[in-house]
Design a protein around this ligand. Structure first.
Ligand code: DGL
Length: 269
């Protein structure tokens, strides 16, 4: 009967929650947006680790979660190993940029990757790249400020940064040497998918990581016989933020098409 905890530096994890709701329609979810401390992507690992710990501890103590989804590429890269060590009983599911699926679908073998600086500089990401050595060429683009612009729902800044970064990456298209696939390696970026498609063309697949995360969550819960087969609560979704509740409320309305209450919460390091 316990809920699944989901967190991100802010509203980005809603792109993962969207997939979780599709895949696990009977579960209860508690979503935490750490918007008071966002963005994570240009912060150091210690900061992201401390925030991840504070949120995981709070979700365990206040909501007795049965699983934790780290719906943030940056936090997964910086913190998931330590979280798993400190909470060995709790299934913890992380997210990584969809490089493997991209290598699968790309025909030109040239793949663009947009992600935060923190993700791209992490050891976890280096290992992922290494594991695909020789399978494709990845054009890596750190996107400073983009998650923050999406977090603030600043459409003008979002469009300008997307244009700046996609231009810096090079040519998209289906000819030899062109990028024919774009990996959205930050959970905020799917919310700029329309802008990106307008800029690079509608035929370039934009790969996000929410669905594989949702499937993995389902698998882990099934293994533990902890999957709900029917709805057992009339409050399937609880939302908390360390930032301004209205910002999360509006993002939930906009991206999940749900009317909801959002509670403010303080989680000091
Ligand atoms: N949404 C996060 C990610 O997937 C981080 C964005 C940020 O806070 O910089 O990387």
């Amino acid at each position: 009967m316990c809920p699944i905890g989901v967190f991100d530096s802010g509203v980005g994890g809603l792109s993962v929650l969207r997939a979780l709701l599709q895949e696990l329609p009977h579960e209860q979810f508690v979503y935490v947006a750490d918007s008071g401390y966002a963005p994570y992507g240009e912060r150091n690992d210690d900061f992201v680790l401390q925030r991840s710990h504070a949120i995981a501890d709070w979700l365990i103590a206040q909501h007795h979660i049965k699983a934790l989804v780290v719906a943030c590429n940056t936090a997964t890269a910086a913190a998931i190993r330590v979280l798993r060590t400190t909470c060995p009983e709790l299934p913890i599911i992380g997210i990584e940029p969809a490089l493997k699926p991209a290598a699968h679908v790309s025909k030109t073998g040239v793949i663009g990757v947009m992600a935060t600086r923190g993700t791209l500089n992490s050891e976890k990401f280096r290992n992922l790249l290494e594991s695909l050595h020789g399978r494709a060429t990845f054009v890596l683009q750190p996107c400073d400020g983009l998650a923050d612009a999406i977090e603030r729902a600043d459409a003008i800044e979002t469009e300008a940064l997307c244009a700046q970064y996609t231009r810096a990456m090079g040519q998209f298209g289906s000819k030899d040497g062109e990028m024919d696939t774009l990996v959205l390696g930050c959970t905020h970026y799917p919310f700029s998918a329309k802008v990106l498609a307008d800029q690079i063309g509608p035929n370039i697949p934009l790969l996000e990581g929410g669905l594989p995360v949702a499937r993995q969550t389902r698998r882990l819960l099934a293994e533990q016989h902890a999957l709900l087969e029917e709805m057992t609560t009339n409050q399937p979704l609880l939302f908390y933020t360390t930032g301004h509740p209205d910002a999360l409320k509006e993002a939930v309305q906009r991206w999940l098409h749900l009317e909801t209450d959002v509670a403010s919460v303080q989680m000091n390091q």
